[in-house]
Design a protein around this ligand. Structure first.
Ligand code: GLN
Length: 529
């Protein structure tokens, strides 16, 4: 029988529930258990696909094309689980399926209500992750205890735990134990209050994970145990890590968290194998060399908007024993003057939507091309590579994507032929994994070391084949296409040390132990620069 772990959060958001959940999954897997993970997000958007990165950070895309919360990236990377459309449910998704069923008359005259209809739908979503062969499902509940939106989810957990029976489902509550400088003390009151919110709705957490800056003293631990109604040994300290999120699994293992969780679930505490992780952490903490990358994007203050890209740099750094320092440069600030790019060993232009910052991205790409700085363009980044080449090498001054200028005389990036003329947006994106055939002898084929690859997409616009002949004969070669040859998926400049663009998002498939070849290629070239 599959066991369930629910992870809730209290006091404030941003405590790193996703990393904690993913680290726990990694530790349980290292003890030989198969683990599935899912996330519930209490907001009303049906998925985060329509939300600005300012609101919710990066939109992470799974193989099956689901647009999900960025925590799923942690799940796939840290825990090595694969996520799909059953791995992320928002309130919007839960409510819309209940309402759709109500419209079909499926409730046979019943009054459709929060309890039991919404809560049943949530419980069904939890069960959908418990596929055959899965020992443990970890379900993370977004938001903070006390939010109005979270209530149906918490109520569903209460019911689920009751129905599952003792030892089959547990609740871990992640909370903050702040240090108040002026009194020189750690305070347990916020945790007490957040647990009391859970108590008032019938949830009694089995374990508290306390985020703290400093070690928790015995007295505070006793208080937390007493007032939060959790045995002393189930108060787990999760101190801020010093250098890297890759330290979290080790820290939680040192506190015995995974063994204690197994005890609560009545499962044998098998030996754990963490040698691989220790190797990896050693690489992260002791790099032999370093390089500096400039990422030319639109949300320069917001690292969460490019989470998977930063992680991919870390993975490539692990493989090459290098520290990758990445600065985020605001594209708009490069429009007139690219001297800010001086001194960088590599440039990355990430994906994005909308015209803001395009001129700066095009200028940065020209700089990278002309100054022979290693450069990777991802999705919109590749589209800008094509625009830049068409403008500055082919001499088509107004070459553009129809996303930014529908009336351009040279639409080098455009809708797919069958979609032209339809007013696009909603539901027209190419999403999820698609195969790509690499061109024999290309840099792309050399980096991947194989002929056919599968990569994840999230875009509407494509390379316009009407310009292929001109672009290729001017030097911007095609590195990969869809298997039927109709869609250009990769471009590259053979005359340049490393200049490559991809229509897909390689950052979603990079993993700590299997770094992505395009990122390894960029960092290697940057180290050689
Ligand atoms: N805005 C571009 C498109 O829709 C690129 C999208 C992206 O970079 N993810 O095609």
């Amino acid at each position: 029988m599959t066991k369930h772990i629910f992870i809730t959060g209290g006091v404030v958001s941003g405590l790193g529930k996703g990393i904690t959940a993913a680290s726990l999954a990694y530790l349980l897997k290292s003890r030989g258990y198969s683990v599935a993970m899912q996330k519930f997000d209490p907001y009303l958007n049906v998925d985060p696909g329509t939300m600005s990165p300012y609101q919710h950070g990066e939109v992470y895309v799974t193989d099956d094309g689901t647009e999900t919360d960025l925590d799923l990236g942690h799940y796939e990377r840290f825990a090595g689980v694969s996520c799909d459309r059953h791995s992320n449910y928002t309130s919007g998704k839960i409510y819309s399926s209940v309402i759709a069923r109500e419209r079909e008359g499926a409730y046979l005259g019943a009054t459709v209500q929060m309890i039991p209809h919404i809560t049943d739908e949530i419980k069904a979503a939890v069960r959908s992750a418990a596929k055959p062969g899965i020992d443990i499902v970890i379900s993370e509940i977004g938001g903070t205890a006390g939010d109005i939106e979270s209530l149906p989810f918490l109520e569903a957990i209460r019911q689920f735990k009751n129905e599952a029976g003792i030892g089959n489902a547990i609740v871990i509550h992640l909370t903050l134990v702040p240090y108040i400088k002026s009194v020189g003390e750690m305070k347990t009151k916020p945790s007490q209050q957040s647990v009391s919110i859970l108590h008032s709705i019938g949830i009694f957490p089995d374990m508290l994970v306390c985020r703290t800056e400093n070690p928790i003293e015995d007295e505070q631990r006793r208080k937390l145990s007493l007032f939060c109604n959790v045995p002393d040994e189930m108060v787990i300290e999760e101190q801020d890590v010093e250098h890297s999120i890759y330290e979290v699994p080790q820290e939680l293992a040192e506190r015995g968290m995974d063994a204690k969780v197994l005890k609560l679930l009545g499962l044998p505490v098998r030996d754990s194998k963490l040698d691989d992780w220790h190797w990896l952490l050693d690489r992260v903490l002791h790099p032999a060399r370093k390089c500096r990358i400039a990422m030319v994007g639109k949300y320069a203050g917001l690292r969460d908007a490019y989470k998977s890209i930063f992680e991919s740099f870390a993975h490539a750094g692990i493989a090459l024993q290098a520290k990758v320092e990445c600065d985020m440069l605001e594209a708009e600030e490069l429009e007139q003057d690219c001297t800010k790019l001086e001194g960088y060993d590599g440039i990355l232009v990430p994906g994005g939507f909308g015209v803001r910052g395009i001129a700066g991205k095009v200028a940065a790409l020209r700089y990278a091309r002309e100054h022979k700085i290693p450069c990777l363009g991802i999705c919109l980044g590749m589209q800008c590579m094509v625009i830049e080449y068409a403008r500055n090498v082919l001499g088509f001054a107004d070459a553009d994507s129809t996303e930014f200028n529908p009336d351009t005389a040279h639409p080098v990036i455009d809708f797919m032929p069958e979609q032209r003329g339809i007013s696009a947006k909603g539901g027209t994106m190419r999403l999820g994994a698609y195969p790509c055939r690499l061109v024999d002898g290309s840099l792309a084929a050399k980096l991947y070391g194989k002929e056919e690859i599968s990569e994840r997409h999230r875009h509407r616009f494509e390379y316009n084949n009407d310009y292929k002949e001109k672009l290729v004969s001017a030097g911007l070669k095609v590195g990969g296409t869809s298997p039927d040859g109709n869609l250009v998926e990769m471009v590259e400049l053979p005359e340049h040390p490393f200049y490559i663009g991809c229509q897909f998002h390689p950052e979603f498939k990079s993993r700590p132990f299997t770094p992505h070849p395009l990122f390894v290629g960029l960092i290697q070239a940057a180290l050689n620069h």
